[in-house]
Design a protein around this ligand. Structure first.
Ligand code: MLT
Length: 402
C-alpha cells in the first residue's frame, strides 16, 4: 500500500492537538496547578434554553412513529435553510436561494473539504497568520510544494501584521483561490466593506475564487462592518462563504454549520454549486434532525435574545483581556468584533517559548502565533471563551508574569 506522502509530510501535530499535548504533560507533572485555558476557541457557556427545548422536543418526536426521522436531506431541511436565509441574509439585504445553502456538521470540515473542488495544481493564497485548516487541507492534497523553514514553497502568504494594520495585501503573483476569514482567526481584526471590495474586484478581474470563513460574524458589533461577503457587490460571482453555529450559538459540541455556494460562481465553465452538491451528496450523510431543530431554534425570537446575551458575555471577556493587556503596556489587537485577542510577545520572544513560559509561570494556556503561520511569530492568541472569573484571573497572572 502506498501512503499519501503529502499527508505524511505535514509538519508536527495539528496546532491545537500540539497545544493540548503540552498542557496534558504539564498537568501530569503538576497535578495541583490550576490551569486557566484561553487556548483553543472552545465555548464554555451552556446552550440557550430555546435550543435545549428544541433538542428535547425533537428527541421526543424521534421516539414516536409519526415523528421519527431517518436520513436527513443531504443539504439540510428546508425549514432550517429558510431560517438561515431569513435570519442571516435577508436583514442584510442579501438574496440567497434555498439551493445555494448547504447545511453541514461544521465549518472546519467545510473549509477543509472545499479544496476538493480545486484542480491539483490550483494556486492557493492565505492571509498569514491563518487558521491552519486551509493550509493543511491543501497540503494534504499536494498543492503546496515542500515545507521548508516553516513555509510551504508553493503557497502564497499574504502577511498581516501591526505594520500593515492587519489588512492583507493582494497577491503579487497569479493565484486561483484566496482564503479570507473575518472577523479574523487568529488576529481578531476585521475588514471594512471597502477593504473587502478590493479583494472581490481582484477575484473578478483575475478569475479567482474567495473562500470566505465567517465563523465569527456574530461578534461584529458595528453595523457598517459586513457580516457576509455577499454584502459586497460582485461577491456572489466569486465567493463561497462558510458559517457556523459553533461560536454564534455554542454549538462546538453540538455540531452544525452551513456553507453558501451561489449559483453564479462558475469556473472552467462549471458551477461550483453543482460540484459541491455532488461532493457532499457522495461523502456526507446530512446533519441529524435533532441538531437541525436545535439550529432552527437559534433563529426564534427567544433563541436570538439568548444567544446575544451569551455573545455579550464573551465580548466582555475580550474587553477585559484587551484592557488588561493594554493597561500593562502590552501591544494587543482584535478583541472588539471578535472573541480573539492577538498580543505581541514580550521583546519579540518566540511564541512557543512564550507559550511554555506562561504555562509554567502563570498556568495560563494561550495559542502561539507561530502555529498560525510565519507572520504569527512574535505574537500570541488569547480567547474570550472562558468564564469571566477565569478570564480576569488569567489576565492578572499574565500581566504579573510580564
Ligand atoms: C480556534 O481555536 O482557532 C478554533 O476553535 C478552531 C476551530 O474552530 O476549529
Amino acid at each position: 500500500m502506498k501512503i499519501n506522502k503529502n499527508l505524511a509530510a505535514l509538519p508536527a501535530g495539528y496546532l491545537f492537538a500540539e497545544v493540548a499535548k503540552r498542557v496534558k504533560t504539564f498537568s501530569a507533572e503538576n497535578p495541583d496547578a490550576r490551569i486557566l485555558r484561553l487556548g483553543i476557541g472552545d465555548v464554555t457557556r451552556p446552550l440557550a434554553p430555546a435550543v435545549v427545548a428544541a433538542l428535547k422536543k425533537a428527541a421526543d418526536e424521534m421516539g414516536t412513529p409519526e415523528g421519527f426521522h431517518g436520513y436527513s436531506p443531504d443539504f439540510g431541511y428546508d425549514w432550517l435553510i429558510d431560517a438561515i436565509i431569513a435570519g442571516d441574509y435577508a436583514p442584510r439585504g442579501v438574496e440567497i436561494a434555498r439551493d445555494e445553502v448547504f447545511v453541514s456538521d461544521g465549518a472546519k470540515s467545510d473549509v477543509g473539504n472545499l479544496q476538493e473542488l480545486f484542480g491539483p495544481d490550483a494556486q492557493i493564497a492565505v492571509t498569514d497568520p491563518v487558521y491552519p485548516v486551509y493550509v493543511d487541507s491543501n497540503a494534504m492534497a499536494g498543492r503546496l510544494g515542500d515545507y521548508v523553514n516553516g513555509k510551504w514553497t508553493n503557497l502564497t502568504y499574504l502577511p498581516c501584521n501591526a505594520e500593515n494594520g492587519f489588512v492583507p495585501p493582494l497577491p503579487e503573483k497569479r493565484v486561483d483561490v484566496v482564503y479570507l476569514c473575518y472577523p479574523n482567526n487568529p488576529t481578531g481584526t476585521v475588514l471594512t466593506k471597502e477593504q473587502l471590495q478590493v479583494f472581490v474586484d481582484w477575484a473578478l478581474e483575475n478569475d479567482a475564487l474567495i473562500v470566505y470563513d465567517a465563523a465569527y460574524k456574530a461578534f461584529i458589533s458595528d453595523d457598517a462592518i459586513p457580516r457576509s461577503i455577499y454584502e459586497v457587490p460582485g461577491a456572489k460571482k466569486c465567493a463561497i462563504e462558510c458559517c457556523s453555529f459553533s461560536k454564534t450559538a455554542g454549538f462546538t459540541g453540538t455540531r452544525c454549520a452551513y456553507t453558501v455556494v451561489p449559483g453564479e460562481v462558475t469556473y472552467d465553465g462549471v458551477r461550483l454549486n453543482r460540484l459541491w452538491g455532488r461532493r457532499q451528496a457522495t461523502k456526507f450523510n446530512g446533519v441529524s434532525y435533532l441538531t437541525q431543530r436545535a439550529a432552527q431554534a437559534v433563529y426564534s425570537p427567544e433563541g436570538q435574545k439568548q444567544i446575544l446575551e451569551t455573545i455579550a458575555y464573551y465580548r466582555e471577556n475580550a474587553r477585559v483581556i484587551l484592557a488588561g493587556l493594554k493597561k500593562a503596556g502590552i501591544l494587543a489587537f482584535g478583541g472588539v468584533h471578535s472573541p480573539y485577542v492577538w498580543m505581541k510577545t514580550p521583546e519579540g520572544m518566540p511564541s512557543w517559548d512564550f507559550f511554555d513560559l506562561l504555562l509554567k509561570k502563570a498556568q495560563v494556556v494561550g495559542t502561539p502565533g507561530e502555529g498560525f503561520g510565519p507572520a504569527g511569530e512574535g505574537y500570541f492568541r488569547l480567547t474570550a471563551f472562558n468564564t469571566l472569573e477565569n478570564t480576569r484571573a488569567a489576565v492578572e497572572r499574565i500581566v504579573s508574569v510580564l
